[in-house]
Design a protein around this ligand. Sequence first.
Ligand code: GDP
Ligand code: GDP
Length: 442
Amino acid sequence: MQSGLPVLVLVGRPNVGKSTLFNRLTGTRDALVADYAGLTRDRQYGRGVFEDKAFIVVDTGGLMPESADPLAALAEEQAQMALEEADHIFFLTDAPAGRHSSDEAIASKLRKLGKPITLLVNKTEGRARGNDRGTMVADFYALGLGEPQPVSAEYGDGIVSVMRSVMGKFPANDATLPDIEGEVRVAIVGRPNVGKSTLVNRLIGEERVVAADKPGTTRDAIRVPFEYEGNAYTLIDTAGVRRRSRVEEVIEKFSIIKTLQAIENAHVVIVVVDAHADIGEQDARLMGLVAQRGRAMILAVNKWDGLDSGDREQAKYQVGLKMPFLDFTPVHYISARHGSGVGVVMRDVKVAYESTMKDLPTPELTRILERSVDRHAPPAVLGRRIKLRYAHQGGSNPPQIVIHGNQTDKLPTTYKRYLANEFRAHFELKGVPLVLTFKTGD
Ligand code: GDP
Ligand code: GDP
């Protein structure tokens, strides 16, 4: 069973329009107003939906030549992996600039991959349909990647038909794991070496990990059911977690795309960081990806054993500094090696699961809305008071509440946050973001 979202990867030299296309495909106005404070969207990894099919889109940036900068090298490694993990590649070129020598270099690299590629000739909006545009586009045939498709990332011309033909290849329904009543799906994510495998072994035992490690396609998300303190869970096994049960096993590279696939399939994500290492940008970025997808999240600061009190204080300070958006994410300091703290993490997983799947009945939602408005009315805009009438549940995982009223687009963020807090407190939603959507009906 294929159980990952299709992966679309954008490639091209700088300035051809990759990030513009990325924004168009992911939607600049994210439906998810996750109430993580100060959360910014990831500019390279996103999720989009086209005609009811979800996909992952990756902007590789400009495939840079070798760079001395280690961060650039890391980005380059992830860009290469993205190409390897791509289901479809969009190669962007720039019509007004014409065919460029770096286009040729990229094209020859891409041809070797043997992956499905669509050659996009961008910035063709407003060109006459006739000769002008035809000549512009024809020039790109020479790249040897099939028929160049004229598009405009900025204005949208041509994008729908290109997307329709690409997305047509992918099945509609089995991109993510089907829900099984009561199944608590947990993903364990984190940078290499933070202790993910050790935690998995502690939770399910080494033999089970080996048993689960059946070769399949890389895209199979493997479900590993296990019990912990009498509760049943299912581990969404990612390649990064599966290895290391045998010494001779090749260590698999850390893949952001595989991490995203696991996040997609999970109810609750345990993000593991290493208290011995600097808690840094990569950790924060992973947490940002979990938050962006609206998943319930628990932060496990691992390797708490063997730290003196000074180091512990320093690690706690780092967590507070680097992850300021963790308003409601439980943080636990654990030792996967010795097991301390692991039980508390798993109890929180259960609580977060219950929160993320909770039924929020309309009458109760509306009652809380009315009570909140009575206690603290929304402000008036140009002398007209913003009205909030009723609320209903829009979905689960993450919980979504749709609020109907008028002039709701004028509601200040502080007021939305106040409402979110009221709902959160009443329904005891823990460890999970709450998505509020507003609909104006007048
Ligand atoms: P990237 O470096 O490949 O990510 O390129 P960007 O998306 O940052 O775009 C580079 C420039 O091209 C920006 O100024 C964009 O506004 C512009 N651009 C992108 N797409 C189009 C398009 O379809 N038409 C026109 N005219 N300009 C575009
Ligand atoms: P992964 O790459 O995230 O799966 O990390 P591993 O589970 O393979 O662990 C990386 C290294 O950290 C190994 O040498 C582990 O023995 C060590 N490690 C894992 N958990 C702990 C812990 O709780 N305390 C200490 N001190 N070391 C740990």
